[in-house]
Design a protein around this ligand. Structure first.
Ligand SMILES: [Zn+2]
Length: 90
């Protein structure tokens, strides 16, 4: 099933573009699915989508991962200077 394989790759690509870190896809009957190890949002692929025409679905391709992975491209936590003095007007 070469077509199915490319769909899985596409689904993974879409999810990873949103910072998700996916587990390996698991076949579940006529579809394959996985979820993000960080936020548990799911992705699924249907090689034979039928009427709705949606071959790739799930929250993980629609929404950005809620937590930044440790190896993020963008710095997740800029260290806020804790010792920054506050001015108090009393
Ligand atoms: Zn995620």
């Amino acid at each position: 099933m070469r077509q199915n394989e490319s769909l899985l790759d596409k689904a993974r690509e879409l999810a990873e573009a949103r910072n998700h870190k996916l587990l390996p896809f698991v076949r579940q009957g006529r579809s394959s699915g996985t979820r993000c190890v960080t936020c548990a949002r799911q992705v699924y692929v249907m090689p034979d989508p039928g009427l709705n025409g949606a071959a790739i679905g799930g929250d993980a391709i629609a929404e950005v991962c809620i937590r930044k992975p440790s190896g993020s491209v963008r710095p997740a936590n800029r260290s806020v200077p804790a010792a920054k003095p506050k001015l108090l007007f009393v």
